[in-house]
Design a protein around this ligand. Sequence first.
Ligand SMILES: C[S@@+](CC[C@H](N)C(=O)[O-])C[C@H]1O[C@@H](n2cnc3c(N)ncnc32)[C@H](O)[C@@H]1O
Length: 274
Amino acid sequence: MTDRECVVLLQWAAPRLRLRWEGFRRVRGQVCKRIGRRVKALGLEGATAYRARLEAEPAEWEVLDSLCRVTISRFYRDHRVFDVLREELLPTLLRDARGRGDSVFRVWSAGCASGEEPYTVAVLFRFGLAPEFPGLRLELLATDADEALLARARRGCYPPGTLRELPTEWAAKAFTRTAKGEQCLAPELRDEPTFRCQDLRAELPAGPFHLVLCRNVAFTYFAPPLQREVLTRLVERLVPGGLLVIGAHESLPEDAAVLERAAGPLPVFRKPTA
Ligand SMILES: C[S@@+](CC[C@H](N)C(=O)[O-])C[C@H]1O[C@@H](n2cnc3c(N)ncnc32)[C@H](O)[C@@H]1O
C-alpha cells in the first residue's frame, strides 16, 4: 500500500472511528506500516480491497481502531511543563490540599502509553515534592486503551533514549541499567501507578483528581465533537483549582468548558475555584 493510498484510507476511515485524519498527518508512518501489514495478513490486494473488507465486516473496524494508536512517549516529555508543575503549580496545589485537610494527592494520566508519563509523575512526586509535603500520599491512576502497552508499562523497563529529558539526578535515583542496556525502574516507583485498560471515548474513571494529564491523545486524534465531549468529562473530574495538562502542540476546543490558563502559554489549565 502506498503512502497516498494510506492517506486516502485514513481520511475516509478516521471520522467513522470518531477520529480526525489531521492528527495522523505527521505521524502516519507507524500507522500506515501497521495497516499495510494487516492488509497483507488478510491476503488483500491493497487499500481499496481493505476498504471493502471494512464495509463487509464490522468487526474489522475494531482491528483498524487498534492499529491507529500512536504510541510515542518519553519521560519528562515537554520538560518546561514538568518544570513549572514542580516549581510552581503543584506546590501551590498541594499546599491548598493540605490546608483543606486532604491527605491524598490524586493524579490521572489518560493515554499513558508504556507508562513514561505516570512514572514521570511518580518520580517528580517522590524526589521533587514529597520531602516538602511529607503528610501527603500520591494516588496515581494511569489508563490506556492498549493492553500490550499497559503490560510494557507494568514491567517498567525502557530503552535509555526515553529518559533523555528526565533530570539526570532523578534518572540516577529512579533507574537501574540492566545487562541488556535497558533502564528499569526501582520497584517502589514501579508500584506507584495503578494501570487500567480504558478507552477514553467510552469510559472514564470517577475521580475527582487534582491533576489530569491528557496529552497527545484526545486533542490530537479525536474528532472535534468528541474532543468537546471528552473535555467536559475531564473537567467534571477535576477538583476546583485542579489542573489539566495537554500536549505541547495541542489546543483545547474553543467553545468548550471554562478553564483558565495556569502557566502563560504552556498547555496547563486550571478549573476555576468558584
Ligand atoms: C502518543 S501516546 C501519548 C502518551 C503520553 N500521554 C505522552 O504524551 O507522552 C498516545 C496514547 O494514547 C492511547 N490512546 C489512543 N486512543 C485512546 C483511547 N481512545 N483511549 C485511551 N487511550 C488511547 C494510545 O494507545 C497511546 O498509548
